[in-house]
Design a protein around this ligand. Structure first.
Ligand code: GDG
Length: 477
């Protein structure tokens, strides 16, 4: 139990916003990539708030654990140490080989294995125990994402009055997909330990409520769930970005210098940009194939436009991800071999991550942002691209399957499975008048500026407070 009596917010997620990297001098702490780290990075350092999660790396000696704990605590973080076996079974196994494919409608990739489920339960308990060592009765606990679906109920069991919120960053699948999971009921009851559950879109919320109703037999009414004499609420709360941060970074001299450097090196008159983690849900091969088809059908664009494609290494230990990397390598090789000239490379492909200034330089440099996931909870890259367009020019091609498409209707929306539509969207994007670009971009920028990350956090917290107050009012009736 913490000795600090001031109420605080405890964020809980699988990864902390920094990771431990071992090098010759010992341990180094580096910021982590990923939507969540980017999104909440601006929040957790304020007041006496705390972020609990895995710091990366395994096999800590006692001394390493102690020094990590000390360094993390001085930076408002509290580490949950995981073993190699936890990582293999809970993280790579149940989280990334069972839940991730099922929630993204890739059921043919889902692996069902009792050992990974046992580990998932154990590690969720580890996280809950860590929270319990830090939480006071009046604190607010905000749990994030599919790796920790059981934590809300584990906390509720120990501290029935705790204020608990949960946010799911990936899609919640339709009942027809979710019901395929062997441990579907346990997962739902785990989530229902929360008082408020947030999802990126209305459809995710609707799917969750339908599963609660049909698989757990619990009645729901317009987002209100009455379970164990407790009123719980579920609602759509699309996550925003730190708009001003991306806007500001885009105007920094270091970013502009990098942009000039990259533009000169790439040399193509026009550029399309895609940035994703290596993941089959992101539709990378489909995108490259659509670009290839475009060059084939519109030879006048050869030597005129390049696709700059950044793929950030991720989950490389999981077999499907290795296969995907090989598929992308082959496709890029094929298209560059087929169309490339001495003076022009069709696809500039980078399998690595970049620092923020470099990322921003890419966002500035591109004429078209090409974001075409097969399924995506939200997709922050689409939003960051828009926030970086200081001159309001540029076009966003965006998949209808990304949560972001619900807010960004001025983008050119495409079905990533419809290659002909993707090809014509590329043409439309490259030929759009500046006037139309500016008018579409202005609307999207206004939306993202208003519904930014701070707005999202405030809204989440006020919904959570509201539910808690409703519960109290019911109790005192
Ligand atoms: C999950 C959901 C949802 C990427 N490359 C670099 C880099 N990034 C940053 C981007 C962006 C983030 O990573 C990626 O966020 P996404 O939203 O695109 O995707 P996921 O990682 O899959 O995130 C997703 C999100 O959670 C939030 O709820 O939107 O649907 O799948 O912020 O900028 N950052 C740096 N260098 C890189 O090379 N610095």
């Amino acid at each position: 139990m913490s000795s600090n009596p001031d109420p605080k917010t405890i964020i809980v997620s699988n990864r902390l916003p920094v990771k431990v990297v071992r090098n010759d001098e010992g341990m180094d702490f580096q910021p982590t990539e990923g939507g969540l780290a980017t999104g909440l990075g601006s929040i957790y350092k304020s007041g006496n708030n705390l972020w609990i999660g895995w710091p990366g790396a395994t096999l800590y000696s006692k001394e390493e654990e102690e020094s990590t704990l000390e360094i993390m605590q001085s930076q408002s973080m509290y580490p949950v140490f995981l073993t190699d076996q936890d990582l293999e079974l809970y993280y790579e196994g149940f989280s990334n080989e069972t839940l991730w494919p099922n929630f993204h409608y890739f059921n043919q990739y889902s692996v069902f294995d009792d050992r990974t489920w046992e580990s998932y339960k154990e590690v969720n308990q580890k996280f809950a125990d860590a929270v319990l060592t830090q939480a006071n009765e009046k604190d607010t606990i905000w749990i994030h994402d599919y790796q920790l679906l059981l934590v809300p109920a584990l906390l509720r069991k120990q501290k029935p009055d705790l204020k608990i919120g949960f946010f799911l960053h990936i899609p919640f699948p339709s009942y027809e997909s979710f019901r395929l999971l062997p441990f579907r009921r346990e997962l739902l009851l785990g989530m229902l330990g929360a008082d408020f559950l947030g999802f990126h879109t209305y459809d995710d919320t609707r799917h969750f409520l339908s599963s609660v109703n049909r698989l757990a037999g619990i009645g729901t009414d317009h987002g209100i769930i009455n379970y164990n004499n407790r009123q719980i609420m579920a609602d759509a709360l699309p996550m925003g970005i730190d708009y001003d941060k991306y806007n500001d970074v885009a105007s920094q001299p270091e970013t502009i210098e990098k942009e000039v450097e990259y533009r000169t090196a790439i040399g193509s008159p026009r550029m399309m940009l895609s940035i994703d983690r290596l993941d089959y849900s992101k539709g990378i091969p489909q995108r490259v194939k659509a670009f290839e088809k475009f060059l084939e059908q519109h030879p006048e664009y050869q030597e005129n436009v390049s696709l700059v494609m950044i793929v950030v290494p991720s989950r490389y230990q999981v077999g499907k991800y290795k296969e995907l990397k090989e598929e992308i390598d082959l496709l890029v090789g094929r298209i560059n071999g087929r169309f490339g000239r001495l003076s022009w490379t069709p696809v500039h492909y980078f399998f690595r991550s970049y620092p923020l200034n470099a990322l921003s330089a890419f966002y500035r440099m591109a004429h078209v942002g090409f974001v075409s996931p097969l399924r995506d909870g939200m997709n922050l890259v689409a939003k960051e691209f828009i926030a970086s367009r200081l001159e309001k020019k540029g076009v966003l091609i965006l998949s209808e399957m990304a949560g972001a498409s619900k807010e960004l209707s001025e983008a050119l929306l495409v079905n990533p499975n419809n290659q002909a539509q993707m090809v014509s969207a590329i043409k439309e994007a490259l030929e759009m008048s500046e006037e139309e670009q500016i008018s579409r971009m202005t609307v999207m920028q206004e939306t993202l500026k208003r519904y930014n990350i701070y707005h999202w956090v405030d809204l989440f917290m006020s919904r959570l407070d509201h539910v808690k107050n409703q519960q109290l009012a019911q109790k005192t009736k």
